[in-house]
Design a protein around this ligand. Sequence first.
Ligand code: AMP
Length: 459
Amino acid sequence: MSTTDFSTLSLTPALLSTLQELNYQQMTPIQQQSLPAILAGQDVIAQAQTGSGKTAVFALGMLSALKVKRFRIQGLVLCPTRELAEQVANELRTLGRSIHNIKVLTLCGGVPSRHQTLSLEHGAHFIVGTPGRVLDHLQQQRLDLSELSMLVLDEADRMLEMGFQDDVATIAAAMPAQRQTLLFSATYPAKIEQLAASLMRDPIRVSVAANPAQNQIEQQFFSLAGSSRELAVMLLLQQFQPASCVVFCNTKRVTQQLADALQQQGFSAMALHGDLEQKDRDQTLLQFANKSARILVATDVAARGLDISELDLVINAELAHDTDTHTHRIGRTGRAGLKGQAFTLIDGSDDYKLSLLQDDISDTIQLQSLPAKALLDKTPVQADMVTIQIQGGKKQKLRPGDIVGALTRDQQVAFEDVGKIQLHDLWAYVAVKRSAAKKALQILNHDKMKGRSFRAWQL
Ligand code: AMP
């Protein structure tokens, strides 16, 4: 047995078999370094980035400590964004699927709190949320943390950047001092040290020398040399034809302009930034994740926590203001052992930022010229899938199986042509292959599901 086997840890047989089913064969370096201490009950500060397997680290810690029959809030994970909180909750549910009746609840801003309040009344074992909304529920006395035994701060550096420091401190003050606290952060500024000192007891520190995935990221830098950014991004997209690509910009305005320009030229692109309504942001993320859009043009804030596996390219349309942000951006490609590529556009005003970045990169940064303009003569590749929204969801007792069943009845739509399905209370979304979209729409608008008719349309 190798020391990287999960079976060397004191995990329950049920958790071990879930890990096996998920094909988590070996521990990642951060898991290897921190899980033994966490399972022994110690406080841990882990310097780890998205893609390192950090979520599984604290999820396994929480699940191991859980007393499921005791229906009290036992663990709280605080995250900087709603998107990250949703992913963390999903990973907790996935890893905890062998534990009967486990209840994980997300409490995030951007959605009405009414449902959350109702869910809180029904109770939960674990809460995953953003500091603002968690504090809100706490102050309204809807949230009782008096029996909590584990607090996790995920992407703590981002939470501090977003000004959540006081909220986190107030929330922590409402829980027992006798608890285990885990802190995860990609970077390690002095403020993290202060936060740790105020919340943790004799923490051990682990850091993974470099994100192993990072070695797998090939970085290239392109000189704009008078070309517009929009043109440069289009040329890079045409040359490399990524299936899933995030293009980062520094401001909301540039983000929207670039997305508009790409769309006008026929690229399968969508914008993601904070000026969009939450509903539009959710639909954009959903469409990008289910492969109905190839390109996501995003600001750093909006893209935080975005976890799309198989992202094959990151383009920095503008060089990030600091090296940490740059590292975060490019860390989104090349996940979990997949090879990733990151391209960065540079113009004359970037010299200073570029020299700072060079200090951090072992290879010498070489500026390349952009691909040939003739590439724009080709039509951009469309996304493989389209998303259909159905006017019905959990409230109408719809389940994913009903949707797949309706679509594939008599092989009208092939099973392989049905992609991701997402159910909400009043809506459902289903991705289908572009070639099957017309047929699927016809079926969903005319055939009954659960004995009733629904309306459906393409997003
Ligand atoms: P994270 O750093 O938590 O965002 O995790 C990155 C991805 O790696 C997630 O999709 C996890 O499901 C996956 N993952 C975590 N641990 C392992 C492991 N030991 N083996 C394989 N995949 C893993």
